[in-house]
Design a protein around this ligand. Structure first.
Ligand SMILES: Nc1nc2c(ncn2[C@@H]2O[C@H](COP(=O)(O)OP(=O)(O)OP(=O)(O)O)[C@@H](O)[C@H]2O)c(=O)[nH]1
Length: 352
């Protein structure tokens, strides 16, 4: 029996994983794909966005969302049963795509493919690491030595480098292919420097492909035939020594509301909050009063994007929710206090 090839898409928060997957679905050339989408926060925004593209290559029943914690920590409880269900189908998918959360370590996930019941029926065709060229160029993964020294002074048990840098290195070291994304945001010289930096973090022979909005040819992305579960030892991880990996370095929360009267106040408040607090990522959907379509909000570092994606369905509750993710210690109270009244649709004067 041939094994179902599975591609693991990894990459830090906001690198463009969902964007790349949407591109893949729209260019699937008749392949029947199943999608497993994992999110750090409790609200499944990525799944919603992918379902929003309504693509025949991946109907809604073939999209499985795992939204309660990083997939690398919930392998036995969530991931394995999900894979078993997909593989047990009378007509299993031709290819499975897994989008890990931006904070997940890929190696424990690949290791799960060594489990007896999975190993005989599925294989990791390739681990694809997405890199946000703009974020690397801005130095967002480089260790801030002063901040690290301060954190170590506050917590002497802290034995690792910056959590962002660790994730960046782990995701690259596990990759069979790297997609250097967001090339539209950096100039050629900077891009070349970023590519050199990345090449120093990958295993020998790993190809780096440049992309704008995840537009990579499906033929290059799928069919790598790496069988990554068979050569885990060549994929070093910071957690090889300390397998008790958790996500204590990061936190997320959701701010909910009803119908804001427009988007300007919300976007201005978000920009101010991102500048003031150490917010890594904001994403979600907003129901703007009087607008039939839902407003998608996406912020990666200081860049905020917003667009209407599709009309709210008649049976949907017009609920606004934004997931906020950052390193541990975010001032939740202040961030929520600034956003909640706007999301609730209170007039500007009423906002504290
Ligand atoms: N300018 C630019 N923006 C991009 C590109 N790729 C993705 N984006 C934007 O970056 C934001 C995040 O993209 P996503 O695809 O949601 O990123 P992700 O990796 O799935 O995010 P998480 O699941 O939260 O980790 C969105 O606003 C995208 O439109 C790109 O190549 N160029």
């Amino acid at each position: 029996m041939s094994k179902v090839p599975t591609t693991v898409i990894t990459g830090f928060l906001g690198a463009g994983k969902t964007t790349l997957i949407r591109h893949l679905l729209q260019n699937a050339r008749g392949r029947r794909l199943a999608l497993v989408i994992n999110e750090f926060g409790d609200v499944g925004v990525d799944g919603e966005l992918v379902k929003g593209c309504n693509d025949a290559a991946c109907p809604e029943e073939d999209i499985v969302e795992l939204a309660n914690g990083c997939i690398c920590c919930t392998v036995a409880d969530d991931f394995l049963p999900t894979m078993q269900k997909l593989l047990d189908r009378p007509n299993p998918p031709e290819h499975i795509i897994i989008e890990t959360s931006g904070l997940a370590l890929p190696k424990p996930l690949v290791k799960a493919f060594q489990w007896p019941d999975i190993r005989t029926r599925a294989t990791v065709d390739g681990v694809v690491a997405l890199i946000d060229a703009d974020a690397v160029a801005a130095g967002r993964f480089a260790t801030d030595e002063a901040a690290l020294a301060a954190a170590r002074a506050a917590d002497p048990s802290l034995d690792h480098e910056s959590p962002l840098e660790e994730l960046f290195e782990d995701q690259l070291a596990c990759a069979d292919m790297v997609v250097l994304n967001k090339t539209d945001l950096v100039d050629a010289e900077v891009l070349a420097a970023v590519q050199d930096q990345i090449a120093g973090e990958t295993r020998p022979g790993v190809k780096i492909v440049r992309a704008d909005h995840g537009a990579v040819d499906i033929g290059a992305l799928l069919g790598i035939t790496a069988a990554a579960e068979d050569d885990l030892d060549t994929r070093p991880s910071h957690h090889d020594v300390d397998p008790d990996h958790d996500h204590d370095d990061f936190e997320s929360f959701v701010v909910k509301g009803g119908e804001p009267t427009g988007s300007n106040a919300l976007l201005a408040a978000l920009a101010a909050l991102i500048a003031e607090h150490d917010i890594l990522r904001v994403k979600g959907m907003v129901a703007v009063e009087g607008r039939p379509a839902r407003l998608v909000i996406q912020a990666v570092g200081p860049r905020i994007q917003h667009y209407f994606d599709r009309a709210w369905k008649p049976d949907e509750i017009r609920l606004s929710q934004l997931v906020v993710i950052g390193q541990k210690g975010l001032d939740r109270a202040a961030i929520s206090a600034a956003l909640a009244p706007i999301l609730a649709g209170q007039p500007a004067g009423a906002q504290a």
